[in-house]
Write a protein that binds this ligand. Structure first.
Ligand SMILES: CC(C)(COP(=O)(O)OP(=O)(O)OC[C@H]1O[C@@H](n2cnc3c(N)ncnc32)[C@H](O)[C@@H]1OP(=O)(O)O)[C@@H](O)C(=O)NCCC(=O)NCCS
Length: 150
């Protein structure tokens, strides 16, 4: 596979993020939600584009020397090709350059793929929120709070 190109997302690309999210997260966020987030200070989106078009994205929010991953999604047909790892690595590199020292995220404790990705990238658990996620198709899930020191 040709390595994807990574570009900074602009608010007018909110529908692309909503489309990728719809195939990845339950419940998905819509175009308006992404447009609103992308208009907020400190929010940065990175979009991976492959041969077939948009393949995945990561959305981050920075506040001083801390940041959080708001969401990360790779289209189902593009998974296990290294795109999630590339997006995470690019995000970490950019945040480091902006002076961020601690990066946080929340992930469902039954999301094996994401947990493996984050652990491989050096994140460790710093908290747990019982029944944090309410999902349409499944029961509630606990959230794990992970941190990586940059
Ligand atoms: C989690 C997600 C972003 C991973 O994206 P991806 O492009 O498939 O991940 P990569 O190919 O870069 O994989 C990197 C590492 O993550 C781990 N990983 C990824 N998918 C995995 C899976 N299905 N099972 C186990 N480990 C997995 C592996 O350690 C992998 O490294 P390896 O290929 O060397 O074994 C993708 O599965 C996704 O979009 N899932 C739905 C949305 C989601 O859960 N987002 C995270 C919310 S916190």
């Amino acid at each position: 596979m040709t390595p994807p190109t990574i570009e900074v997302v602009t608010p007018d690309q909110a529908q692309i993020l909503a489309d990728l999210h719809a195939g990845s997260i339950d419940p998905p966020w819509n175009r308006e939600a992404f447009a609103s987030l992308l208009g907020q200070p400190g929010v940065l989106g990175l979009l991976a584009r492959g041969d077939g078009g948009p393949a995945g994205f990561i959305l981050l929010r920075q506040a001083a020397d801390e940041a959080e991953i708001l969401t990360l999604a790779v289209g189902p047909a593009k998974r296990r090709c290294g795109i999630g790892k590339i997006l995470l690595s690019e995000a970490i590199s950019r945040l480091s350059g902006l002076g961020v020292q601690r990066l946080f995220l929340e992930v469902a404790d039954d999301n094996a793929a994401a947990l493996a990705l984050y652990r491989q990238a050096g994140f460790s658990q710093v908290g747990r929120r019982p029944d944090y996620y309410r999902r349409a198709g499944q029961g509630a899930a606990n959230a794990l709070v992970l941190e990586k020191r940059l």
